[in-house]
Design a protein around this ligand. Structure first.
Ligand code: EPZ
Length: 436
């Protein structure tokens, strides 16, 4: 079992640069399936899910050259010789976003065999809306042995109204509709910046998409798509996580290379908590020099408060004066971090989709379990203000420690950089990989 050792206790001061968005890079890589020409993506983040996506595409016959460390992290993908339109369970079970290949494979290859993702730590997360939408575009779909089998000579345009707003559902069907015959109208779509970023790439590849980023998207199908080059947007959740770390540690932090417009709901909420926030072009500065005040929050689809920031916000609420009610409206089981924070001394009562957080309570170090990526980030942040040395441990079955290592090492790298810039010693944050 992997664990980390964190020694907190110092305010974060200095500048941190944010990487490319994981949740924009994954659909963009899947979009390369739609053409036989090379697609070049820049600003691809160095996280484990990108490796998984690469393995998935390579298993189908694609050539993928990941470009970490090269200028702008340029990654080249070519799906000229796709021979095996299948997403195997072994890969899909480690990363649900693998299902994003379903629409592109049916659209380009006329058939796909994709494993159902199964359950997840934060909720059931079915993909019924992806399937329903593909059927609306004329695909024949059967399900057996845990796999979806989809086929269509050529998809045809249709009218899709999502029963529920779904991010990857919108992305999957938008990709499929680019090569469909005729026009597709999609309503009640997700408006996340990652959806608009994907549409920007697809339009560069020759697609004809209007309205991405709004709840109504219109796609005029084309015969063929070509290669393109695209820079992935910054990761607003990584940026938000650092913003909260800065606010919580009473620091003065500049989070650079991000898009403050994508962080609207979070920054508004932090100002309600008494955090000074200044935005400037591609950076956000947080100055937390006064006692944090409690404030309620409810997660919603974009542009509302993101569910992927809920856990990190809960940690902040444990250090705010007063009672904050945190309501989770997107996923039915996304409070796994609450009990771990209670183990550290927080006062949190979970009642169904609401968590009542009473603060401020001092946090003390404890061994804690990480259930998913964002829950892990909330515990790492908690460690920054806990007394003593904390060691979050990755649950063996749910989160690959490499993802946590990636998150932690980004944080560590930045803390060391921070410390160096602010003259503080690097001892403010120490990560020890597990003893094998
Ligand atoms: C995307 O997941 C993100 N993942 C998630 O980030 C994020 O939490 C989520 O959107 C919400 O913002 C990626 O982009 C790769 P949904 P997605 O479909 O698309 C239900 C992270 O930490 N639903 O918008 O899978 C579903 O169960 C991850 O980076 C159906 O019922 O989420 C949920 O309750 C975690 N049927 C709601 O809709 C469907 O077919 C929203 O889910 C699809 C979804």
């Amino acid at each position: 079992m992997d664990k980390f050792v964190i020694r907190g206790g110092n305010p974060l001061v200095g500048t941190i640069r944010v990487g490319g968005a994981k949740n924009a890079a994954l659909p963009a890589m899947a979009a390369s399936i739609l053409t036989e020409e090379p697609v070049i993506l820049e600003n691809i983040p160095d996280v484990r899910d990108i490796q998984t996506e690469r393995s998935l595409l390579v298993s189908m016959g694609a050539e993928v050259e990941l470009g970490y460390g090269r200028a702008s992290h340029r990654t080249t993908l070519c799906c000229r010789n796709l021979v095996n339109p299948e997403a195997a369970y072994e890969l899909v079970k480690t990363m649900r976003a693998s299902t994003l290949v379903l629409g592109p494979l049916v659209a380009r290859m006329g058939r796909a065999r994709v494993s159902l993702p199964g359950g997840c730590a934060i909720g059931a997360r079915p993909i019924d809306l992806h399937i329903k939408g593909l059927e609306k575009l004329g695909a024949q779909i059967t399900q057996e042995h845990g796999y979806i089998e989809a086929s269509a000579d050529r998809l045809r345009g249709g009218h899709i109204t999502f029963d529920k707003i779904t991010v990857t559902g919108t992305e999957d069907l938008m990709m499929a509709a680019t090569l469909a015959e005729g026009e597709t109208l999609m309503e009640n779509c997700a408006r996340e910046p990652e959806v608009a970023d994907l549409a920007a790439l697809l339009n560069k590849m020759g697609a004809r998409i209007e309205g991405a980023g709004t709840s109504t998207i219109r796609i005029h199908g084309v015969e063929k798509l070509h290669g393109a080059r695209h820079r992935i947007i910054p990761d607003r959740i990584e940026a938000g996580t650092f913003v909260i770390a800065g606010a919580l540690t009473g620091g003065d932090l500049i989070v650079a290379n991000c898009d403050p417009l994508h962080l609207g709901a979070l920054l508004e909420k932090l100002q309600e908590c008494g955090v000074k926030v200044r935005t400037n072009g591609e950076s956000v500065r947080v100055i937390a020099d006064s006692q944090l005040r409690a404030a309620d929050v409810s997660t919603e689809e974009y542009p509302g408060f993101p569910t992927d920031m809920q856990a990190q916000y809960m940690t902040l609420a444990t250090q705010a004066e007063g009672t904050s009610v945190v309501t989770e409206n997107i996923f039915e089981n996304r409070f796994m971090h609450a009990q771990e924070l209670v183990r550290m001394g927080a006062n949190i009562k979970v009642e169904g989709s609401r968590a009542v957080v009473r603060g401020k309570t001092p946090l003390s170090s404890a061994a804690v379990q990480c259930s998913d990526l964002r829950a892990s980030a909330s515990l790492v942040i908690a460690a920054l203000v806990a007394d003593g040395v904390l060691s979050p441990m990755a649950k063996p079955f749910s989160i690959a420690s490499t993802t946590l290592i990636a998150a932690m090492s980004v944080l560590k790298k930045n803390c060391v950089a921070l410390a160096r810039r602010s003259g503080a010693s690097a001892k403010c944050f120490r990560v020890e990989p597990p003893h094998r």
